[in-house]
Structures are given as C-alpha cells and as structure tokens.
Design a protein around this ligand. Structure first.
Ligand SMILES: [Fe+2]
Ligand SMILES: [Fe+2]
Length: 405
C-alpha cells in the first residue's frame, strides 16, 4: 500500500496526541519487521535521537489509517471449493511474479541521504519529515493488513495467502526504507508502538478490496509522477528517496493488479447496481481525501517543483482511468466541474481548519463548524451525484465491446 487515502470514511474521533518520547524512540519494531522482510538488504544501525526537532504526532481525520476486516468471510471468499470463479492458474502466475522479488536489492541506501537531509532547513525540513512519517505509516498499514491476511488464509487458499505474505514483505521494505529516511532527520517512528496504539478501522472484505485496490493504484500514480517529474527537473531532487520511486511504484502496481484479480474472482462485488454505487463512493473518498490532504501541504509539492493541484488532478485522472478497467462505474473526473467542486471543498476545508485553530472554546468551535461541515457535505454529495462513467473489466465476456461496422 502506498497511500492509505481512505480517512474521510472514518467518523470524527478525538485527536490523539503522542508525546515525542513515546512515538519517537528507538525503533525496536524495525528489527521485528526485518524478520518478515527476510530477504531485504541488511539495514544500517538506526541512530535515533529523542525529540530531534519533532514535538508530536497528531492523529486527525485525514491521517493514514490502519485497517482490519472480517477474516472468516475472507476465508469463505477464497475457499476454492466454494468459489469456482477463483482462477487458480492466474493466481499461480501472480505468485511466481511475487516470488521473483524484482526489488530484492533495490532498497539500498547511500551517504547521499544524510547529506541531503542536513541541507534541508526550516519549513521544508519540517514538511519533509511529515511526508516521511505519513508515507511510512501508510506503507506500514498495508504491511499489517497483508501480513494478517497471509496468516489467516493459509489453510483455505495457500496460494493467495502466500501472495499476501509476499506483499507484506514489500510493504515492510517500503515502510522500513521510509523510516530509515526519518533517521536522516534524527527521528524514527516506533512502528511496534503504532501497531498497538493506533485504532483500526473495520471494513468488510468487499470494501477492503475497493479501498486497497484504489490505494495501491493511486500510490503507483503518485510515485511514478513524482519520479518522472524529478527526472525531468533534477534541480528539485532535494532528497534521494525519490530516485527509488520508479522500481518502488512497480511494487504498488503489482499489488493493485493482484487486487484486480481478486475482485474478478468475486464478480458479485462488481456486477450489480450496489457495486456501482460503492465503486463511485470509494473513488470519491480516495480522491477527495488526497486532494484536501495535499492542498494543506502545498509547501511540500512546491518544494519539489510541482504544482499541487495539477499534480493531484493528474494522479486522479490516471488512477480513474486505470480503475475504470475493473470497477463497474467511476467518476467523471475529467469533467471540469469535478475539479471546480474539489477546489470549493478545499476552500471550505480551509475555513474549517481556521475555526479549529481559533481561540474559541470547543463548544463554540463546534457550533461554528456546523455550517461549513454542511456545505462540505453537500459539495461532496453533489460530486458523488455527477453523472458517472459506466466502466468495467474488458476481461469479462459480458462486458466485451462488440465491433460495429
Ligand atoms: Fe508500498
Ligand atoms: Fe502496496
């Protein structure tokens, strides 16, 4: 997983604050993770220092989430006796691809990292740290979910289970690499602590498929877009982690393709009117969450020479086109009205943030938020109700376009 951009689906919870000494401490969990990423390159010793310029980690509505699901239902879905749609040859082929482990030796650091980090100063340094933290959390979230699925499906479907385990290997590597990046800034996320301390969002298997598919594909498009942009504009290459994105995003792409195969094996999740409504809903949640998140962090994108909104729209359009190959319906994101709606949401969100940061007592703040929340909700609903695009997998015979002469 790359971008666990599903946070809008969560009910608002009180903000949990982790003090620096708790969240930023020796990353013992890296050792635990390396047992999963057994084939990962040897890791240099982390050198975290307490409170190295980092004061706290906030958990808010838009932070990456951890997920859990109904594992019994998952087992039933992947039982080859019960589900005749499971194309075992296709999963065997996918498994072989994961076993090939294309990126086994890819994530090796060099001295450029620390040197580049030392040069980053002021607000850009702060925003880089936040980028590393959020990305690491999102990757780690994928690691936890896939690892558990790998464990739970072992008996019913060993092939699918092994793919999940190998995907968790990839995500552990990604999270570990980002955490090493944090060590360049004298910080480390305590992933073991996060595993226990974070709240888990429950999604039924069907929703896990939609959400993780989108997460993987949007992650792919984000990474490849940043990579290509920095390759063309090397003067913005201010931290070497981006050089790794080309191969890295191929992992995310493969993960997405695996979910695509999983969904094809569960046609009941793709072929009715409910599936169409949910597909659009998940697309919208993922796109809106990313857009609002990124528009709060324009300093980061501008710092690497990107225009935040243009970057996001490119990622949304590409992700949507990819998603249209499998989801039965997607949003018409290329309609200029869609972007206008997103931009209005950003403005409303700014007002909400301003209320949140004001000096008012919580009761008054909540009262002042009501009209903005209502406008935001109606804007989101209007975007959801825009005429959708009927789509679907070209691999399904019933969807096969007929040639007309
Ligand atoms: Fe990943
Ligand atoms: Fe992934």
């Amino acid at each position: 997983m790359a971008a666990a951009e599903m946070s809008l689906l969560k009910p608002i919870k009180p903000i949990t604050r982790f003090g620096a000494p708790t969240a930023v401490r020796r990353p013992t969990s890296l050792v635990r993770m390396s047992s999963v990423a057994a084939t990962a390159p040897p890791k240099p010793k982390p050198k975290p220092k307490k409170g190295g310029g980092k004061s706290e980690i906030q958990e808010t509505l838009l932070t990456p989430r951890f997920y859990t699901t109904d594992f019994d239902e998952m087992e039933a879905l992947f039982n080859t006796q019960m589900n005749k749609n499971l194309n075992e040859a296709e999963f065997e082929a996918l498994l072989n691809e994961f076993k090939t482990d294309y990126n086994q030796t890819h994530f090796v650091r060099n001295k450029e990292f620390k040197e580049a980090a030392d040069k980053l100063e002021g607000p850009l340094r702060q925003i880089f740290v936040e980028f590393l933290e959020r990305s690491c959390t999102a990757e780690f979230s994928g690691f936890l979910l896939y690892k558990e699925l790998g464990r739970r499906l072992k008996k019913t479907n060993p092939v699918v289970a092994e793919i999940f385990s190998l995907m968790s290997r990839d995500e552990a590597r990604h999270a570990g690499f980002l955490n090493k990046g944090l060590s360049d800034f004298n910080l480390a996320l305590d992933l073991g602590f996060l595993t226990k301390a974070r709240k888990y969002t429950f999604f039924k298997p069907k929703f896990i498929f939609y959400a993780t598919y989108l997460s993987e594909k949007i992650g792919y498009w984000r990474y490849i877009t940043i990579y290509r942009h920095l390759k063309a504009n090397p003067e913005y290459q201010c931290y070497p982690i981006f050089k790794y994105f080309e191969n890295w995003c191929q992992d995310e792409n493969r993960h997405g393709d695996f979910f695509s195969a999983l969904m094809k094996a569960q046609p009941q999740f793709l072929n009715d009117w409910k599936a169409k409504l949910w597909s659009r809903f998940f697309c919208l949640s993922v796109y809106v969450t990313m857009y609002l998140n990124d528009c709060q962090r324009t300093a980061f994108y501008e710092g690497i020479g990107l225009n935040t909104k243009e970057f996001d729209m490119h990622v949304i359009i590409e992700t949507n086109r990819t998603t249209a190959r499998i989801f039965p319906a997607v949003l018409d994101v290329e309609n200029p009205e869609f972007k206008r709606k997103l931009d209005r949401m950003v403005e409303i969100n700014k007002k909400l943030i301003a209320v949140g940061e004001s000096q008012d007592i919580p009761f008054v703040k909540n009262l002042k938020k009501i009209p903005h929340v209502a406008t935001l909700a109606s804007e989101i609903l209007a975007a959801y109700l825009m005429p959708p695009i009927e789509s679907g997998s070209v691999d399904f015979a019933e969807f096969e376009p007929k040639l007309v002469y």
